[in-house]
Every structure is written in structure tokens, then in C-alpha cells.
Ligand binder design. Sequence first.
Ligand SMILES: [Cu+2]
Length: 384
Amino acid sequence: MLRRTSGRGAGSGMAVFAMLALASTGAFAAWDLNLPVGVTPISRIVYDLHMLILWICVAIGVVVFGVMFISIVRHRKAAGAQAAQFHHSTFAEIAWTVIPIVILVSMAVPATTTLIEMEDTTDADLTVKVTAYQWKWKYEYIEDGITVYSNLAASSRQAIYEDPTKVENYLLEVDNPIVFPVGKKVRLLLTADDVIHAWWVPELGQKKDAIPGFINEIWTLVEEPGVYRGQCAELCGKDHGFMPIVVRAAPEEEYRAWVAERMTAQAEQAALAMREWGKTELMALGEKVYVTSCATCHQMDGAGVTGAFPSIRGSEVATGDLQAHLKLVMDGRSGTAMQSFGSQLDDVELAAVVTYQRNAFGNATGDVVQPAMISAARNLNTGG
Ligand SMILES: [Cu+2]
């Protein structure tokens, strides 16, 4: 409350002073300017480093401007000041060389220590490979063999067209949050499948680019259970703001339970891909997949966006040869925004979304695509 009143009511000088004073308390709200202290060792040392440098800069500012203003006032012409007439001062030259060196070194030492600490991904308890796609995240828990896709939550997606103020955590909510065990060192391997993205969770003190063809490493160790939200922090491309990150830090036991649950779900998913599917259930699932993975470009009503994204309604591909339609969705079309969904969606989802596109928006092909057809197409592609 104090923060709120001092920030709003007082004069600008007071506000700046209040901000500086509060910066060191660690308290922060959405409108605050300072970094969050965070919940990981890295976030804390980054915060401390930031505060140290800030105060050094403040001290330099006070001294420099202090000397300047005192000189201006004391030695003003109106008071009869005479300029000194010396040419060379060994003392001044040594002072203005040595003092900056001391200041720079005193900043470089803690900065380097922090960087080295951040780069040290050794002795991790678990490794998670993070792959960014337009516009979602894939997390692969290497040791446990589980895969989680995090998409923007339906509530936020819906609110884009309605009232964003009505949903909690607008654009900061996903369908499947990832879980990290509290107190364990997690190594993250970051890469991307299409364009450059950036994985950023402020309270974990980590932001790193995810670049196609490269693997960047970071590590994190969350010390307090809780839910931490972040976003793709990449600027270029209009939809990075629609691929949030939600990390739930849970005690070891809860984490193990989550892993077991995901494993069961994955096994069930595999079983589902084996059986014959009815058209109604494919259409129902297909609509969900379409809304989550395709509608940002092809639009909810399948009409596309003229000049950018083709209409699915009456599309030659979606009403033409089935194998060609499947191939396009699985492989994408290189050089366009139509990416390959073969590695992003499983057999059932692919079968469902293609069935949906062939029978929705007035496309009445009557075709039903079975998951088995997808796995056959996959085997064909790999020649296996
Ligand atoms: Cu992104």
C-alpha cells in the first residue's frame, strides 16, 4: 500500500527516490521497474549483481553531478571566479586512470563469477529438452521418456476475441504446465524447429534463445514450490506473445506422481492409435486439434486470411487427394508458414485434424482417416 501511494501521489523526485529505496526491499508488483528476486540461486545472484552495479552507478552519479554542480555554483563568473592557469597535473592524470580501473574491475569480478555460475550445467539431476515451434513449446524429459506439449490455454485463446480482462493470467496460461522437482538441478537444452524463439521465466532468472539447428543450455534449481509464469521473449514474428510458459515447482513426491501420470497417459495414447476410430470421435478431437494448432492461421471458421493463409473451406487440398492432404500437413511446405506437423502431433491427432478439415466448413468429402494410416505414412517417409 505504501508503495502504491508513494509512487502515485508524490512529486517525481520523491517517486524516483521511493523507487530506489524500494528496489532493495525485493518487494515487487506488476508495475514495478526492478527485477524480481526470483526463486532460484541464479535469479538471486543475478539480482544481487544488478543491485550492486546499480548502487555503484548511483554513487558515481552523485559524486560526478555533485562536483559538477558545486563547481558551477562556487566558481561562477558573477562571484568573480578566475580560471586556474596550470597545464599539466600528474596527480589528476593518475587519478582519472586508476579510479575507473578500480571501479571496472570491481564490477567485472562479480559479473564474471555470475556468468560462470550460470554456464555450469554439470551434475544436473534431470535433463529436459525444450523445442520451440510456431507457436508452442515441446518438453522432453530425457530420463523418463515423457513428452509434454504446452499450448496457449483455450481460455486465453477465446478471450483474444472477447474480453481479455475477464480471464485470469491472460496469455500466461497453458494447457499442460511442466513440472520441475523442487530442490533439483534441472538442465534445459533449448532448440527450435522453425524460427528463433526465446525461453524466459523471470522468476527463474533465465532467458535464452531457442535457435533452429543449435542447442543452448541453461540450468535451474527452483527452491520454492509454486507456479512460475513466463513467455517466449522473441520479438520478430507476431505470435510469440501467444506461446506462454508455465512451470509448476512441486516437491519430489508430487513430481514423481506427475511423471507416472504422464507415462500412463502416453501409454494410453499409444493404445488409442492402434484401434479403429469412428467418424464422430475423430471429428470431435479434430476440432480441438484444429482450434489449438491451425486456427491462428487458417481461422476458426476455416476461411483463412486472404493473401496470407489459404482458406480450408473448399480448399483443393482439403477436398482433393487424401494422401496429398496428409503429406502436406505432416511435412508442411518449406519456405512458408505452413510447418510440418508430423513431429508435433501424434497419429491420432493427425488423423483427427485431417478428417476434420475434410468434413468441416462445408467440405463434404466423407473421408475418414484412421491413425493407422498415419503410422503407415510415417513408415513410408522413413523408408522403414
Ligand atoms: Cu516464440
